[in-house]
Design a protein. Sequence first.
Length: 310
Amino acid sequence: MESYAQEPINAQNKALEQNKMDKEPGPLNLEWKTGGGMQFWTDHLHRQGYRLQQNAITGHWRLLDADNIRISWGKRSTCEAVLNRKCPEQTTKAAPKSTIILLHGLMRTRGSMSSLEKELLSQGFPEVIRFSYASTRGAISDHAAALREVLENLPAETEFRFVGHSMGNIVVRHLVGDLEKEDSKKVLPRCKSIVMLGPPNQGATIARRLAPTGVFGWITGAGGLELGPEWEKLKKNLATPGFPFAIIAGDVSSQVIQNPLTEGSGDFVVSVEEAKLEGAQWLRTVPVLHSFLMDDPSVQKWTIEFLKEH
């Protein structure tokens, strides 16, 4: 008799405790403008402009709004509770059928993809997400796992199209490899196309040559080393996309000054040969340096044409 009477009381106490946790304000937060990510923060959740991020050094979390203002920080549960109050998942606006995911490269930030985002929006693409990840503070598998989490938490009917710069493409290839092994949320069938800008699809000679200095690994982290001396190990986890993909590589071989740390024609960082990947619908070259590929008008034009065709 006593055990039966205790059940509703326990359930009520549990509900009250959960309600208390949901309303827990967490650490004192002063709403202030942030840089949006830089090299220490990785996105794990996107919802109508809000971004849930984790710090790669300290491990703590924060919630940013569309203007990069920090509105909560501390534990993940605390930030998610704030997000659910401000933007309940069940009441979010209807998701666009297609979302473009932009991924920056090694030692870059989501800001490097802002010009391309503006052009995509001007051309009628309904939603663009600039994925931010701590490229110099983690392995490529970590970045792929975070990207997967972002995709899995977007509405189930959303289709994904990617544009990656440099390492960003390797993150996508790792994601695809992971999804081919296990995909309970059915993300892979919704991945429709990708345009790769300056992708080190065969690893990077420059990373292999700089790695012995020790400074390279200290600056670029595990991901940078994976593109160089650890490439053979990394590539076992990479997949060639089964959906349509195209490659745009820089070729500044006509310039007098060349980078002695690379081989053959290339963009001063990644060679055309390193950018190649069997199965690409096409590979085009432009006389543009690696760091500026995403800002070049012809690159943006080709990118938009391919995304519209696929």
